[in-house]
Design a protein around this ligand. Structure first.
Ligand SMILES: N[C@@H](CCC(=O)N[C@@H](CS)C(=O)NCC(=O)O)C(=O)O
Length: 221
């Protein structure tokens, strides 16, 4: 009776789920699913054909849930300690906002604008398009870096003085940026830069990053 995550390790949303599970101290199995294109059996679990999907065998024979945000909220209810969503109502609201901001805006710009042209292209046997990535980095990403740098300020965590879903959601997107070979300029965005270094060094993130780098190194990254 266990937890199964269906997905691929390089997905920021699969990593978000794996980091959440690790921080909760929950064991799980990662079952690889290639979404280019998703197999038919997987579409029955994920109507949008997206990863991750969680299976909780303890909850029933057909207990599966798609979507990293849904999965994390479910796991928080299933195993409340350690809390990864703030208790204070307003801090809770802010954490949800930053989760949404990272999952939608950061994911779209880093994923489509940088990770796809640089990393996914190469994994699919094509050349990396560094010019496209650098255009995104120079023209699109600064406003997101500015916002996050200001929101984080001199704090260790994004919300409420404790590690939370907000930190997991933000930092996972920046792992994909780093895999493509880019980080926010540490002079310009010193708060964000310091913050990301510390969050990525947590054992939950570091384990995923090491595993992913081992794969990427075979492709010259
Ligand atoms: N909101 C979803 C987004 C998941 C998502 O977009 N996953 C990507 C991989 S990083 C995917 O499966 N894309 C395939 C597709 O959209 O067809 C979540 O949080 O889980």
């Amino acid at each position: 009776m266990g937890l199964i995550v269906y997905g691929a390790a390089l997905s920021p949303f699969v990593r978000k789920t794996r980091v959440f599970l690790a921080e909760k101290g929950l064991d799980y199995t990662l079952e690889q699913v290639n979404i280019f294109p998703p197999p038919d059996w997987f579409k029955a679990l994920s109507p949008l054909g997206r990863i991750p999907v969680l299976r909780d065998e303890e909850a029933g024979p057909d207990a599966t849930l798609p979507d990293s945000s849904v999965i994390c909220a479910y796991l928080e209810r299933k195993k409340p300690v350690p809390a990864l969503f703030p208790k204070d109502s307003f801090a809770y609201g802010r954490a949800l906002w930053l989760e949404e901001y990272a999952d939608s805006e950061l994911a779209a710009n880093i994923g489509m604008g940088i990770f796809r042209p640089v990393v996914v292209s190469k994994l699919m046997g094509k050349e990396s398009d560094r010019a496209a990535a650098e255009k995104t980095l120079g023209e699109k990403l600064p406003k997101y870096f500015d916002y996050l740098d200001k929101e984080i300020g001199g704090n260790e965590f994004a919300v409420g003085g404790a590690f939370s879903i907000a930190d997991i959601s933000i930092a996972t997107q920046f792992v994909n940026l780093a895999h493509a070979g880019y980080v926010p300029d540490a002079q310009k965005w010193s708060n964000l830069s310091r913050y990301l270094k510390a969050i990525h060094a947590r054992p939950s993130f570091a384990a995923c990053i090491a595993e992913e780098r081992a794969v990427l190194s075979k492709f010259g990254f």
